[in-house]
Design a protein around this ligand. Structure first.
Ligand code: GNR
Ligand code: NI
Length: 173
């Protein structure tokens, strides 16, 4: 098991479009285990392979309080969506920033599970929001893309400043 490094906005690698997973094998399951360790440690409720610089269609999620309801979706395809809801979203690739985003309330998704079996499931509530957020990552899209260019620019500058200050304080030590 290993904690993986999470890419942060505006890293251009977050804009890459993931390609389908070809084989659900032990090396993929190793990556999935590492992604769960990384997500739980962060902590976060979802993680897309894109965020750990693996450009394959794979995402994980666990929105439970006890962190005991892991979901693995390989080659996910959203078949349908219904309703709408607004949720305050955050992203491990845009640390410290939260905004209200409108998404579908319920979705139907076809995907492969960690054994490579095809599944079709309906998700609702926070899990549905999370899966939509992760599917966006696989397409190179971030939740801040739904905001205005002015806001995105502001976030970019603030993150750059945070990183500079972080580097300065690290240099003193
Ligand atoms: O941890 C996360 N919380 C979250 C909250 C509301 C909507 C989506 C998310 S996903 C996010 C983790 C992450 O960045 N996944 O890509
Ligand atoms: Ni995210």
């Amino acid at each position: 098991m290993a904690i993986l490094r999470i890419l942060e906005f505006p890293d251009p690698r977050l804009r890459k479009k993931a390609v389908p997973v070809e084989a659900v094998d032990d090396s993929l399951r190793q990556l999935i285990d590492d992604m769960f360790e990384t997500m739980y440690e962060a902590p976060g409720i979802g993680l897309a392979a894109t965020q750990v610089d693996v450009h394959r269609r794979l995402l994980i999620a666990d929105v439970s309080q006890e962190k005991n309801e892991p979901h693995v979706l390989i080659n996910p395809e959203i078949l349908g969506q219904e309703g709408s809801e607004v949720t305050e979203e955050g992203c491990l690739s845009v640390p410290g920033y939260y905004e209200e985003i409108e998404r579908a309330e319920r979705i139907k998704v076809r995907y492969l599970d960690r054994d490579g079996n095809e599944q079709e499931s309906e998700f609702e509530g926070l899990l549905a929001v999370c899966v939509q957020h992760e599917v966006d990552h696989l397409q190179g899209r971030l939740f801040i893309d739904y905001l205005s260019e002015v806001k995105r620019q502001r976030i970019r500058k603030r993150l750059a400043k945070d990183r500079r200050q972080h580097q300065e304080s690290a240099a003193i030590l």
